[in-house]
Design a protein around this ligand. Structure first.
Ligand code: TYC
Length: 122
C-alpha cells in the first residue's frame, strides 16, 4: 500500500528490514505510521428551496421533524428561505444528507406540496 504523507498529520518513519539469519539485513524496509490517520469526512449542506405553494407551517414542521430544529429556529430558517429563495437546514456527511433529502422529498410528495430539498458539497 502506498502511504501518502501530508504534514503535519501523518509523519512516517523508516524501520530496519529483516535479518537473513546470518547477520545480513536483506535490504527491505517497512514504513510505519507514527500518528493515527484521521481523515475528515466530506460535508454536505442540505438546503430548502422556496416555492409559492408550500404552506409556511408545513416547512416549519419539516424543519422540526427532520432537522431537529426548535420552533424558533425552524421559523427563522423558513422565513429566510421565503425571503431569499434558499436556506440551509444543516450540514451532514454524504449518507446522512442524502437520507434527509429523500425523507423531506417523500414527505412533501405525500402531502402534495412542491417543496424541494437538495444537497450540495460544502
Ligand atoms: N413561500 C411559501 C409561502 O409563501 C413558504 C415557503 C417557505 C415555501 C420555505 C417553501 O422552502 C420553503 N407559502
Amino acid at each position: 500500500m502506498v502511504l501518502r504523507t501530508r504534514t503535519p498529520t501523518s509523519k512516517v518513519r523508516l524501520q530496519a528490514g529483516d535479518d537473513d539469519g546470518v547477520g545480513n539485513d536483506r535490504g527491505t524496509s517497512v514504513i510505519t505510521r507514527t500518528k493515527p490517520k484521521t481523515k475528515r469526512p466530506n460535508l454536505y449542506r442540505v438546503l430548502l428551496l422556496n416555492d409559492d405553494y408550500t404552506p409556511m407551517e408545513f416547512v416549519i414542521h419539516v424543519l422540526e421533524r427532520f432537522f431537529q430544529k426548535d420552533r424558533e429556529a425552524a421559523t427563522r430558517i423558513m422565513l429566510h428561505v421565503h425571503k431569499h429563495g434558499v436556506g440551509e437546514c444543516g450540514v451532514y456527511t454524504y449518507e446522512v444528507a442524502e437520507t434527509k433529502v429523500t425523507q423531506v422529498m417523500d414527505f412533501a410528495r405525500q402531502h402534495q406540496h412542491p417543496l424541494q430539498c437538495v444537497m450540495e458539497k460544502n
